[in-house]
Design a protein around this ligand. Structure first.
Ligand code: PEP
Ligand code: MG
Length: 901
């Protein structure tokens, strides 16, 4: 006969915490605590296997179940010294659901079961508290009516409310016993009239009905929805735990409380708890009374307080983690009603994990796996005070939602252009830059702003990539924001917001709110550094940074970067002292003028590289040659419009023909460079092939800088990277051109610098012919922003138009520009690595798309054997931890005999 029921009580339990799948989370931990000798009210658990049998047979209790319940109940009665239905000293029980994973509030519970017209009197006499007895009975009927008999809760509550009004009292405890007795009768009448039969008086019948209702609550709409969202299989089912009730409201030596074994906000090792004397758990949860500090318990019942603290410590050591416990004191006796691993802030997660290692409770592996890498954002960036934000949303201040592009919280005055952002910031004002989209020229404004919002663009659009690099909170693709640059306002969420009004930007969630919201500053703690130092010990995957300036490079080093995986050289072209020269270079009518302009850029580039090489002394630096289509450096749409207007004005006034001719020439050039699909157009190595003088200048600048710093004793080994290669011919030609210039520069400088020339793999074709590409390329770096764009055929810049719909309809699980698509893009990466290493077994392979700092993607990179990941400086701690977790998990899986990758 299958065993469907497991008892616990009086220091002995049939189950234990390893039986979570069978007994559910609550049932197995109650059993475990009982076995540990921790005081737990006696009870028994009906297994998930019983639920499965019930479910299989069209909701029939399996044979033998009820006999097993009957004997477990008998044992429970003995353990409790009370009998169910005894009119003098009645046993009351709670009937609770318990799935193998916690599904808070999704399934049902019935409390105070066992009360009827006779036992209520017995309870009143035994406790000497008539009011208490009637209060329990009326609560029981309402709860049973709702959960078991399907009568809406309001049907009962409205009578209680009417009664309180009639009595002129505000709170439930003010309703006297006689009135509660009358109310109970009303409740019974409601049951009678709604169900056509009397409220069940037989406690065993009550129990049977309650177990059935809790089993059935697995199928309730909210539970089904919760399972869908959290990927919980429907066939798991729930266990049901029946446990003796204990009462915290039997007078001044009773009470109830909840607590954490450490402070869940900071991780500080103090008992963090609240207590309410003479109260039931429900009162704490429902907020009927404000709980006291736990010191109140210490003052009232010092022995109980000490006992509780001892138990908390034991539970923590036993479960090897911070616990969240519920307890009740009934007439001077302490009971634990629940223990589970406590929810905590990211800062607390780090501190608790590290402290537990110091306390020799867990090892470093376990500590590393305890912290969710993405939660480190909370430790690295400020966030909004959760309560203040929730209130703002309730008050209708949510203006718009977009894609969460760069984490953190920012508050400031709205501005609509980069120049004003800089101007206001200089005057000490905090600003939020709001643009339809950003162009590289907005960089100074982005830098000056606290946060950035765009109404268009995806996670790898310019704004997002730059903001992540700067560590600025950023929301992109907030499609509901309609900007009027003319009027200097935007409309969103049914409101019009003017320039200078305050908004709050949550880059972690993608929300934009009106007015200011309180922020919570992160504090980098010693434990954070210590945890990351352990991560470095365990990981084999390298972690580099994407950094474009010496400042970024220094920051990257501080965060623990082991090199730079991507210097986007074009970002250097936008600085105010250079953009004019870049434009001169592009607009040049002949080769001589173009060469002259290119030469003017050389010293700037060389200085940039000198700064970066110095900052990264001893660490590798990958410099990518120019990538974006040239039109990006020309006039932005606003400037273009102004040129057209100026041209029209001069023409109408018949003035300044020389200026008109110059404007015509400029406009014609801009028009000629315009492309229908610039991201698929004249960019990357294609540009290097048609305008070799630009790459030649950059390669020379890299080599001159390297030789200069090497001479000063800096260890430098530049890696020159060619973007957007797709054919062997492109690779060969660009490689040869690069080599020729680099060698010439080396000879001229007389330096002994070694360097390598490699390529980005961003075009699917390059991944497929990687063996041939690797004949020349000395290293690979997967540019997964472009590789994702070209594999899906989704424009990086326009994806926000349809992505939210795709996510909402479940057509995509994640934004593929955030979380690497392992099935498609990942397959190309696998192929690329495998084929590349067929030609060069020791090929160095990295990733420098935005995925390089995303935990699941980092794990993938570890599994496919990449050498390193490269991500923005602020993501480096996340990448370090993710890489360590990936290695630990892979090793654990292979130790268990599972495939390792
Ligand atoms: C990429 O495409 O992944 C990449 C890093 O290059 P960019 O984002 O500059 O195109
Ligand atoms: Mg790219």
């Amino acid at each position: 006969m299958t065993k469907y029921v497991y008892s616990f009580g009086r220091g002995k339990a049939e189950g234990s915490s390893v039986m979570r799948n069978l007994l559910g989370g609550k049932g197995c931990e109650l059993a475990e605590m009982t076995n540990l000798g921790i005081p737990v009210p006696p009870g028994f658990t009906v297994t998930t296997q019983a639920w499965a049998a019930y479910n299989r047979t069209g909701r029939q209790f399996p044979d033998g179940l009820w006999d097993q319940v009957a004997s477990a109940l008998e044992k429970l009665e003995q353990d409790a010294g009370l009998v169910l239905g005894d009119p003098r000293r009645p046993l009351l029980v709670s009937v609770r659901s318990g799935a193998r994973v916690s599904m808070p509030g999704m399934m049902e519970t019935v409390l105070n079961l066992g009360l009827n017209d006779a036992t209520v009197e017995g309870l009143a006499a035994w406790t000497g508290n008539e009011r208490f007895a009637w209060d329990c009975y009326r609560r029981f009927i309402a709860m049973f009516g709702d959960v078991v008999l399907g009568i809406k809760r309001e049907a009962f509550d409205e009578h209680l409310e009417a009664l309180k009004k009639h009595l002129g009292v505000k709170s439930d405890p003010e309703v006297p016993a006689a009135e509660l007795a009358r109310l109970t009768q009303t409740f019974k009448d409601i049951v009678g009239s709604r169900t056509g039969s009397e409220f069940p008086q037989d406690p065993r019948e009550q129990l049977r009905l309650a177990v059935r209702a809790v089993f059935d609550s697995w199928f309730a709409k909210k539970a089904t929805e919760y399972r869908r969202i959290h990927n919980i299989p429907a066939e798991w089912g729930t266990a049901v735990t029946v446990m003796s009730m204990v009462f915290g409201n039997l007078g001044e030596t009773s009470g109830t409380g909840v607590g954490f074994t450490r402070d869940p906000r900071t991780g500080e090792p103090i008992f963090y708890a609240e207590f309410l004397a003479n109260a039931q758990g429900e009162d704490v949860v429902a907020g009927i009374r404000t709980p006291e500090h736990i010191d109140d318990l210490k003052r009232r019942m010092p022995e109980i307080y000490d006992e509780l603290l001892t138990i908390a410590g034991r539970l923590e050591r036993h479960y090897k983690d911070m616990q969240d416990i519920e307890f009740t004191i009934q007439e001077g006796k302490l009971y634990l009603l629940q223990t589970r691993s406590g929810k905590r802030s990211a800062a607390a997660a780090v501190r608790v994990a590290v402290d537990l290692v110091h306390e020799a409770v867990i090892d470093q592996h376990t500590a590393l796996l305890r912290v969710r890498p993405q939660d480190l954002n909370q430790v690295l960036h400020p966030g909004f005070d959760a309560q203040d934000k929730a209130e703002a949303i309730r008050a209708g201040r949510l203006l718009a939602r977009g894609l969460p592009a760069a984490p953190g919280a920012a508050v400031g005055e709205v501005v609509f252009d980069a120049d004003r952002a800089v101007e206001w910031a200089k005057a000490g004002r905090r600003v939020i830059l709001l643009r339809a989209e950003t162009s590289p020229e907005d960089i100074a404004g982005m830098y000056a702003a606290q946060g950035i919002v765009t109404s268009r663009g995806g996670r790898t659009s310019h704004a997002a990539v730059v903001a992540v690099g700067m560590g600025k909170p950023c929301v992109v693709g907030a499609g509901d924001v309609v900007i009027s640059e003319e009027r200097r306002t935007f409309e969103a969420g049914g409101r019009t917001v003017r320039e200078g009004e305050i908004v709050s930007v949550d880059g972690t969630t993608g929300e934009v709110l009106l007015d200011s919201i309180d922020t919570v500053e992160p504090g980098l703690q010693d434990s954070f550094r210590e945890l990351l130092s352990w991560a470095d010990r365990y990981r084999t995957l390298g972690v580099r940074a994407n950094a474009d300036t010496p400042d970024d490079a220094r920051k990257a080093r501080e965060f623990g970067a082991e090199g730079i995986g991507l210097v986007r050289t074009e970002h250097m072209f936008f600085a105010p002292d250079r953009i004019a020269i870049v434009r001169e270079m592009i607009m040049a009518g002949d080769r001589a003028t173009r060469l002259a302009a290119v030469q003017k850029l050389l010293p700037f580039q060389r200085d940039d590289f000198v700064g970066i090489f110095r900052a990264m002394d001893g660490l590798p630096v990958t410099v990518r040659l120019l990538d974006p289509p040239l039109h990006e450096f020309l006039a932005n749409p606003k400037e273009y419009r102004e040129m057209i207007e100026e041209r029209a004005r001069l023409d109408a006034l018949n003035m300044n023909p020389a200026r008109q001719a110059a404007l015509d020439e400029k406009l014609a050039k801009i028009d000629s460079l315009r492309e229908a699909n610039p991201m698929l157009g004249h960019r990357g190595c294609r540009l290097g092939i048609t305008s070799p003088e630009i790459y030649a200048m950059q390669v020379r600048a890299i080599m001159e800088a390297a030789c200069t710093v090497a001479e000063q004793g800096v260890k430098v080994e530049p890696e020159i990277m060619i973007p957007l290669t797709g054919t062997v011919g492109e690779m060969k030609l660009t490689y040869e051109n690069t080599k020729t210039v680099a060698e010439a520069a080396k000879i001229e400088m007389g330096g002994a610098v070694t360097y390598t020339i490699g390529t980005m793999i961003e075009v699917p074709r390059a991944a497929l012919i990687a063996d041939k590409i690797a004949q020349d390329a000395e290293f690979f770096s997967f540019g997964t922003n472009d590789l994702t764009q070209m594999t899906f055929g989704y424009s990086r810049d326009d994806v926000a138009k349809f992505l939210p719909d795709y996510l909402q309809k479940g057509l995509l699980q994640h934004d593929p520009f955030s979380v690497l698509d392992q099935e498609g893009v990942g397959e190309l990466i696998r192929i690329g690595i495998e084929r590349g290493r067929r030609t060069r077994p020791d090929l160095k392979v990295g990733i420098c798309g935005e995925h390089g700092g995303e935990p699941a993607s980092v794990e993938f990179c570890h599994k496919v054997g990449m050498t390193y990941v490269s991500c923005s400086p602020f993501m480096i701690p996340i990448a370090r931890l993710s890489a360590a977790q990936a290695r630990i998990r892979v090793r654990e899986a292979s130790a268990e005999g599972a495939p390792s990758a």
